[in-house]
Design a protein around this ligand. Structure first.
Ligand SMILES: CC(C)(COP(=O)(O)OP(=O)(O)OC[C@H]1O[C@@H](n2cnc3c(N)ncnc32)[C@H](O)[C@@H]1OP(=O)(O)O)[C@@H](O)C(=O)NCCC(=O)NCCS
Length: 312
């Protein structure tokens, strides 16, 4: 077990290429932009984490990032060539990562969402340290099916607009309102404040970690009478033929009127025009209104994974 900062991008490249192949196969995700970012950080020797180094190459790694008093475990991956040892080695890495973070002065919260790892497989190091675990679903639907099923009927008095820079501020207030008391704000504490939601939006819109943002397939809904923003959907392209909904929310007073369905249909229609065959998203399993909406529109669960949260 070695400090990841001892290694350069060149040392990590083979492992990251194996990881990119898995992202592509399992999640239909072109991981190359994220991979390049990780390799650049490694080259600058500023990526905190641990690596297992065997027979001259890195066979597994895990890294984390700090955001104020919070640490986010960004990844944990082991080479498929490790076969049956794979899970055990990843758990071993996570034990060290968790211990390091819990002992870091000033860190009061740790979050992790490991999309490539099926729910339960890496849970024990987190369970042993008192993390909360939330099962999440990775869902997928054909873009055409979604926009046909979603329907085009707009609730009266509501206007949809394509995402623009001017929407950042009102959208961050909207997200905070929509997630007050919501299970997802237990998983991601950024949703709890407007400044946190603004950071979330910045990450989605400006950085490639969650795919490349598609402004023309991202919409805000406004109540024409009051001029208030009442809902939004954000969509990114995660592979040339795949769209991914990174955010959808509607303020409580307007829920159940078909707006969520309309936003999904509008986004899917535009992604289809841009060449995407399918649309994916992730949702927390106990978020029943959202899961029911997606299932009703034809989304199917392809994988399950876990979100973990620890607070001191
Ligand atoms: C999920 C969300 C965006 C749905 O938006 P919405 O505008 O209420 O959705 P719609 O009105 O289009 O609902 C479509 C379907 O879901 C059902 N539905 C809506 N609200 C529901 C609720 N509270 N409980 C059960 N079903 C519900 C509707 O009955 C409708 O089904 P039907 O067409 O068969 O009658 C909204 O609930 C929300 O913003 N939730 C908080 C944020 C969130 O969870 N976002 C998703 C994260 S993955």
């Amino acid at each position: 077990m070695l400090d990841l900062r001892h290694f350069s991008g060149a040392d990590l490249r083979t492992l990251i290429e194996e990881e990119a192949a898995e992202w592509n196969r399992e999640l239909h995700w072109d991981y190359s932009a994220s991979a390049e970012m990780i390799l650049r950080y490694a080259d600058s020797r500023i990526l905190p984490g641990y690596a297992l180094h065997e027979r001259g190459s890195i066979s597994a790694y895990s890294f984390f990032v700090y955001e104020g008093n919070k640490a986010v475990i960004g990844d944990c991956f082991a080479s498929p060539t490790l076969a049956e040892e794979r899970i055990e080695l990843q758990q071993h890495l996570l034990v060290h990562v968790i211990e390091t973070l819990q002992q870091t002065p000033g860190i009061t919260r740790i979050e992790a969402q490991l999309l490539l790892q099926m729910s339960g497989t890496l849970a024990s190091p987190f369970d042993d340290e008192g993390f909360q675990r939330y099962r999440r679903l990775f869902m997928n639907v054909a873009a055409r099916k979604l926009y046909k099923k979603g329907g085009q009927e707009r609730p009266p008095g509501i206007k949809l607009q394509i995402w623009q820079e001017a929407h950042f501020q009102p959208a961050s207030n909207l997200i905070t309102r929509c997630y007050a008391g919501h299970v997802d704000s237990l998983i991601n504490d950024q949703y709890r404040t407007a400044s946190g939601s603004l950071r979330f939006l910045n990450n989605i819109v400006r950085f490639p970690g969650c795919g490349s943002f598609e402004p023309t397939a991202s919409f805000v809904a406004t109540d024409e009478a009051s001029g208030q923003m009442i809902g939004l959907i954000l969509c990114s392209r995660v592979r040339s033929d795949m769209g991914h909904v990174t955010q959808i929310c509607v303020v409580p007073q307007y829920r159940g009127t078909g707006l969520g369905r309309l936003l999904l249909a509008a986004s899917a229609e535009q992604m289809d025009r841009l060449g995407a065959r399918n649309i994916t998203l992730t949702v927390t399993e106990p978020n029943k209104p959202a899961v029911d909406l997606y299932r009703g529109l034809g989304f199917e669960t392809e994988r399950t994974f876990d979100a973990f949260v620890w607070e001191s």
